[in-house]
Design a protein around this ligand. Structure first.
Ligand SMILES: Nc1nc2c(ncn2[C@@H]2O[C@@H]3COP(=O)(O)O[C@H]4[C@@H](O)[C@H](n5cnc6c(=O)[nH]c(N)nc65)O[C@@H]4COP(=O)(O)O[C@H]3[C@H]2O)c(=O)[nH]1
Length: 517
């Protein structure tokens, strides 16, 4: 398929450049934007993971302090000190423990008895806290500046404090956040742990995690150099995406061309844009003094498919469900023809081919009425030719009879087209109010040599006369055929012998030459 299409499509450098540029833009855009959102999402995940680990760390800290408080007394004997030393030795977090009393004075530590008042600001926080827990960053002689102090007061009033170096927090958070992102963990306004300093990069975004119970805040930053680093490693993928999109666009372009040039699409467009032409072929009367009639036949010359047979156009239009539109288009063009040549066509009737399924529709007669209002020139001059391409079923038969009655009531003549080739039997003729019967051209072609055809046509001719129908012979090409059909009692003749279907201006010229106007 594509081979033949590429042959149709001239090689266009501009188009290739356009698709190349467009696909490059899209590929770059997709990768750069997706990377940014990917990193934002990653940043968010990292911040959440750090938050979870901080929460569990804080819970661990306080359950440790609770254990210290649970067995403590208001004494600082050797055993009490030993116990505190033991707890500090086994603790992952704390290096020192202390015990304080109801008056918030630390009376015992793992170094022995002490008497150190707790800062009033911390006392306030302990008293305000729901579970009497708080943390603070304070200078400590033994652990330096800053040191994390955690306080917990039990129900009996005895409390414990633990001292931890901030490094404990960085060892927890660093593996989650480093090396890609950087962070700052603060308690109140003081920094507990941070790797922010010394990082030489713009900050593109940050995630903030707040642990309000401990006045803790973790800011995780997205540095711009991480983005550029990652983007750099994506260059081969951007290139592959570019190629992929380029081929996708190019193939879509070819498919689009193929589709636009497909017969179905062209027929649809031709009907929609009224590009279908109508030619006219005379139907000459053999009864002296009677004016000729015309048959309107569609013609379509497609830019892509050349001259397309009307039978093909009709077939494709019916596959596309556009037969009604096609019929209205042809009838309107016939109306316009009458409007253009009112004097020349004053006595001339024109018949138009109609699909039987269009006729069966309830909307058919009302639509016809509206076209007659649009083109009153057609009133009394329009005829419809119906070809029986399939047999009518029991339900369709009465509907068809009533449609025919509605149409004849509008003064529109009805002809059976191609009689003898379709499903129109003799019984069919009696049921429907046809005024004309058109014999298919295959009978006329065989008439000379085929005795049987001659007998059949003689019987049809007798029946047509009995039913008051006019008989038309189609496809008369030679004089001997004309003589033969004349002998059969045919009223009108249509065929190349007289004239081929012609465009509107040429048929008017032909009629003028043949004294038909
Ligand atoms: N060999 C030969 N052919 C002759 C001679 N005289 C006329 N013809 C051709 O016989 C066909 C007569 O039209 P049809 O039986 O209604 O058969 C029509 C009709 O069934 C259908 N058609 C044409 N226009 C329309 C239309 O507007 N609507 C619908 N629904 N069908 C149409 O397409 C068919 C073919 O149309 P055309 O190709 O125009 O073919 C026309 C005409 O050009 C002759 O002496 N020798």
């Amino acid at each position: 398929m594509f081979g033949s299409v590429t042959a149709l499509v001239p090689y266009k450098k501009k188009m290739l450049f356009y698709y190349g540029f467009l696909s490059l833009l899209i590929s770059v855009f997709l990768f750069t934007v997706s990377l940014y959102f990917f990193l934002l999402n990653d940043l968010d995940n990292k911040a959440k993971a750090a938050e979870n680990i901080l929460i569990s760390q804080m819970e661990g800290i306080f359950s440790e302090l609770k254990r210290v408080v649970d067995n403590a007394q208001l004494s600082c004997e050797e055993d009490d000190v030993k116990r505190l030393k033991r707890l500090a030795f086994y603790s992952d977090t704390f290096k020192e423990f202390g015990l304080f009393d109801r008056d918030f004075r630390v009376f015992c530590s793992n170094y022995g008895a002490v008497d150190i008042p707790i800062f009033s600001s911390i006392v306030n926080r302990i008293e305000r806290a729901a579970e009497r827990k708080t943390v603070s960053l304070v200078h400590s002689k033994s652990l330096g500046n800053p040191t994390l102090f955690a306080f917990y007061q039990g129900e009996n009033g005895i409390g414990a404090n633990g001292l931890a170096p901030p490094v404990r927090f960085s060892t927890l958070i660093d593996p989650i956040i480093l090396p890609n992102y950087f962070y700052e963990l603060t308690i109140g306004k003081r920094i507990l742990s941070s790797n922010r300093n010394g990082i030489d990069s713009d900050i593109w975004n940050k995630e903030v995690v707040s642990l309000d119970d401990w006045s803790m805040r973790l800011d995780v930053y997205l540095p711009s150099n991480l983005y550029w680093q990652r983007l750099h490693s994506l260059i081969p993928f951007i290139f592959i995406g570019w190629l992929f999109l380029f081929f996708a666009f190019y193939n879509a372009h070819l498919i689009g061309i193929y589709f636009r040039r497909s017969l179905r699409h062209c027929v649809r467009r031709a009907i929609k844009n009224a590009e279908i032409e109508v030619y006219f072929q005379p139907v000459v009367s053999l009864n002296p003094g009677e004016p000729l009639e015309l048959e309107a036949l569609l013609r379509w010359k497609s830019l892509n498919h050349g001259q397309v047979s009307p039978l093909v156009v009709v077939k494709v239009a019916s596959q596309l469900g556009l037969m009604d539109e096609l019929t209205w288009l042809v009838i309107r063009k016939v109306g316009a023809f009458y409007r253009e040549y009112p004097d020349q066509l004053i006595d001339i009737k024109t018949s138009v081919n109609v699909d039987r399924f269009s006729l069966l529709k309830e909307s058919f007669a009302p639509k016809l009425v509206s076209i007659l209002e649009e083109y009153p020139e057609l009133i009394g001059r329009l005829g419809l030719e119906v070809t029986e391409t399939s047999a009518l079923n029991h339900e369709e038969l009465p509907v068809m009879v009533s449609r025919f009655e509605q149409i004849t009531a509008l003064g529109i003549g009805l002809s059976v087209d191609d009689f003898g080739t379709g499903y129109s039997g003799l019984d069919f003729l009696r049921r429907f109010p046809y005024d004309t019967l058109k014999l298919d051209q295959v009978f006329i072609a065989n008439l000379k040599d085929d005795q049987f055809t001659r007998q059949v046509l003689t019987s049809i001719s007798i029946l047509a006369k009995e039913l008051g129908m006019k008989l038309v012979a189609e496809g008369v090409e030679r004089e001997d055929q004309l003589n033969d059909v004349r002998l059969l009692g045919v009223d009108r003749v249509q065929g190349y012998y007289f004239c081929k279907p012609l465009p509107k201006d040429q048929i008017i010229t032909w009629m003028t030459f043949n004294n038909a106007v």
